[in-house]
Design a protein around this ligand. Structure first.
Ligand SMILES: [Zn+2]
Length: 325
């Protein structure tokens, strides 16, 4: 059970109103808006995870990185006229630089435009994975410090293609980020990124990421398994619920990963339940909203307070059972 439907809000204490739960990407939850505020307030984190399909997450990551080194950003975006903006602008006429994971037939990473502080890495033109060598090169480049005296930013594009060793190297980078550096991971789905990196990153979710299949042919096998268990919670005895939570016993790292998935699927399951109610003209019950809040709290307990995964699973399932009673 590794694949997860991760839907952490872009910021830790995201609003939990029914609008946000219904997944409408506007206002405070809009990715561009979150990033604009971040640029304007100068509150920049050392690690971001952008998730979603299509070009938007990657394009936004590049605009964000460019805005962070721009001398005078306008509305949180690059001004396009300062020296940094002119350097970081990609020349569309220029021939694309083909990366090579081993650095043999091409560089392991490149820059945005020719800006020395903006690094960009993705899997090599013929590579199947982003390699540890590529991540080490990025790591070394970030440690050098900024040429222009500001921030250094590395974008890891297509981060779902990081191999396990590269993910571990990246984890160490997010654990001890060099001063004034940021890493922006861009991935089609968060479940491809190990939980320890996810928990250290500010999650920016793009609308294309909103549709998470819980049922039907597109749903993952282990997701279907969890959903059928959640669907059957109503009327179960406490003993039966605890029996199911037994599945989450075991080595902490593995169990925590599985419980993270349980939490993600549960949050999505509740969200879709609320959405269906709203569409029918019902208002979500206080119990359901409480359950949604407690799911988010349990996620924090698991990730930040190292709570016991099996106990988190027990509390989660018992709470959901009561919410659906
Ligand atoms: Zn500028």
């Amino acid at each position: 059970m590794r694949r997860a439907l991760h839907r952490r809000d872009g910021h830790e204490r995201g609003p939990l109103d029914s609008d946000a739960m219904a997944g409408t990407a506007h206002g405070e939850n809009d990715p561009a808006e979150i990033l604009r505020r971040s640029v304007e307030n100068g509150r920049v984190h050392s690690s971001y995870l952008f998730t979603g399909t299509g070009p938007a997450p990657s394009v936004t990551a590049q605009t964000f990185a460019r805005a962070l080194v721009c001398a005078a950003p306008v509305g949180g975006r690059p001004c396009e006229s300062c020296n940094a903006c002119l350097r970081s602008r990609e020349d569309e006429e220029a021939e694309a630089i083909l990366l090579d994971g081993k650095g043999e037939r091409g560089p392991t990473h490149r820059h945005l435009g020719d800006h020395p502080d903006l690094l960009f890495v993705e899997r090599g033109a013929e590579g199947t994975r982003i390699t540890i060598g590529q991540i080490r090169d990025i790591q070394n480049a970030l440690r050098l410090g900024a040429n222009e005296g500001g921030r250094r930013i590395a974008i890891v594009n297509g981060a779902e293609w990081l191999n396990p060793q590269a993910q571990n190297a990246l984890l160490r980078l997010t654990e001890e980020p060099p001063e004034n550096t940021s890493v922006v991971l861009v991935a089609s789905r968060a479940s491809a990124i190990i939980a320890t990196i996810r928990s250290r990153s500010v999650r920016i979710r793009f609308p294309s990421d909103e549709t998470c299949a819980l049922r039907g042919p597109d749903a993952e096998e282990d997701v279907v398994e969890i959903v059928s268990m959640l669907d059957g919670l109503r009327g179960r005895s406490v003993g039966e619920v605890l029996d199911f939570a037994e599945n989450y016993r075991g080595a902490r790292a593995v169990a925590a990963e599985s419980v993270t998935e349980l939490i993600d699927v549960s949050a999505e399951w509740l969200r879709q339940d609320v959405k269906a109610r709203v569409e029918r003209g019902d208002t979500p019950t206080v119990r359901t909203l409480d359950a949604y809040r407690s799911v988010q709290q349990l996620r924090r307990d698991l990730i930040q307070r190292n709570a016991n995964p099996q106990m988190v699973a027990e509390r989660l399932l018992l709470g959901l059972r009561d919410a659906t009673a």
